[in-house]
Design a binder for this molecule. Structure first.
Ligand SMILES: Cc1ncc(COP(=O)(O)O)c(C=O)c1O
Length: 396
């Protein structure tokens, strides 16, 4: 039997055609496709500006730069996330502060946020882990209560298209970042994006992505002629190519279908596994009406609450059982994964910032017990039945 991975891209004929057309056009990079893709993703999320980057980590770096994070400023994030959520701020000299996770949503515990805000806190970076939309409204309210000017960078690398109480991933955030790595919902090979409604951030993001250089006549300090450009700050070459954005354009056409299929798979797992007493399933958020009553093509509106289900994280009883389960599933060609090893327990964080095991017990307990089951739109009925069968046989 072939290997079933935990996540996989979906590429069809339209994607291949789009890339080939760009290869045959005048532009491989810095052509029209980048802006077309940015506009399409911005429109999908109902926001004003989008800036595409060569990957989600670069997008995070740009986001921290745009909100003005400086050396010595503190940023607050969740210990259960990929290293990139913190790295973007560390590059700029940010000091990492963690708040433990909520035991049910696995997102940052909002009830513990306030006590961790200090005069040095510049930004909070909540992560919508696995696609479960974090409560940005509550975070915004807590910030407002403090009276401080603290920004929100929503790390929505897992949560493109997610909704919470009718609001989407850009609402209440100053900037929102996406990743288009192949295991994510839509892919450009490598790729990422920052979404914002703030014009000043938009301009800073464009500058940062291209060496800190602008050619915009309205922004130039001097102007020697039509060839003239200026490096106004230290930026990076974080550009994405036209070939990648052509792929992004055909990929985003498939996003709603991907969200729909992922929710169907989540519902299937929930129905099949709810009586497996040694397994804790993630919180739902899929609308039964959305999935049950209509054909996808007839659905114009997404439900008020929508989990993007990048991952389907389940918890076992303890670390020993998780290890046995992981090895057992791999032996059966089901390549589940673990998301994530808590950031504060990484050697870099321990040595540089003095974090240690025991600092965030709920995150550590989650890590010891977690595995992510396969979750991608092209999983077949037979593959899903096989996965569920093997899970149920684990303790027999
Ligand atoms: C939560 C989170 N943030 C940011 C990133 C960075 O994205 P990229 O891999 O595109 O750099 C990832 C990537 O896996 C991620 O999982």
């Amino acid at each position: 039997m072939k290997i079933i991975s935990y996540g996989k891209q979906y590429i069809d004929e339209a994607d291949i055609k789009a890339i080939l057309e760009t290869l045959q056009s005048d532009y491989m990079t810095q052509g029209p496709k980048v802006k077309e893709f940015e506009d399409k993703v911005a429109e999908y999320h109902g926001c004003k500006y989008a800036v595409a980057f060569c990957n989600g980590t670069a997008a995070l770096h740009g986001a921290y730069y745009a909100i003005g994070l400086k050396n010595g400023d503190e940023f607050i994030t969740s210990p259960i996330t990929f290293a990139a959520s913190g790295n973007g701020a560390l590059y700029l000299g940010g000091i990492p502060k963690f708040v433990d996770i909520d035991k049910d949503t696995y997102n940052i515990d909002i009830t513990k946020l306030k006590e961790n805000i200090t005069n040095k806190t510049k930004v909070i970076t909540p992560v919508s882990l696995a696609g479960y939309p974090v409560d940005l409204k509550a975070i915004r309210e807590i910030i407002n209560e403090t009276g401080k000017d603290i920004k929100i960078i929503h790390d929505a690398a897992h949560a493109i298209g997610a909704k919470r109480e009718g609001r989407n991933i850009v609402d209440y955030a100053d900037v929102t970042i996406l990743s288009f790595h192949p295991v994510k919902h839509i892919t450009t090979g490598e790729g990422g994006m920052v979404l914002t409604n703030d014009e000043e951030y938009y301009k800073k993001l464009c500058l940062f992505r291209t060496h800190g250089i602008t050619r915009n006549p309205e922004e130039l300090i001097e102007n020697h002629g039509a060839w003239y450009y200026e490096m106004q700050d230290l930026g990076y070459n974080y550009r994405i190519t036209d070939m990648q954005c052509a792929l992004g354009m055909t990929q985003i056409d498939k996003l709603n279908n991907s969200l729909y299929k992922r929710n169907q798979i989540a519902k299937y797992y929930e129905e099949e596994l709810k009586n497996v007493e040694w397994l804790k399933l993630p919180l739902g958020y899929f609308s039964k009406e959305w999935l049950n009553n209509k054909k996808y093509e007839e659905l114009k509106e997404k439900p008020e609450n929508l989990n993007s289900y990048h991952l389907f994280p389940v918890l076992l009883k303890n670390a020993e059982e998780r290890k046995r389960f992981f090895d057992y599933m791999r032996k059966n060609n089901i390549f589940i994964q673990v998301h994530y090893i808590p950031l504060h327990t990484m050697p870099y964080y321990k040595e540089k910032y003095g974090y240690k095991k025991g600092d965030f017990p709920i995150a550590e307990n989650y890590y010891e017990r977690e595995v992510s089951l396969p979750m991608y739109p092209t999983l077949t009925k037979e593959e899903l039945e096989y996965i569920v069968k093997k899970i149920k046989e684990f303790k027999k």
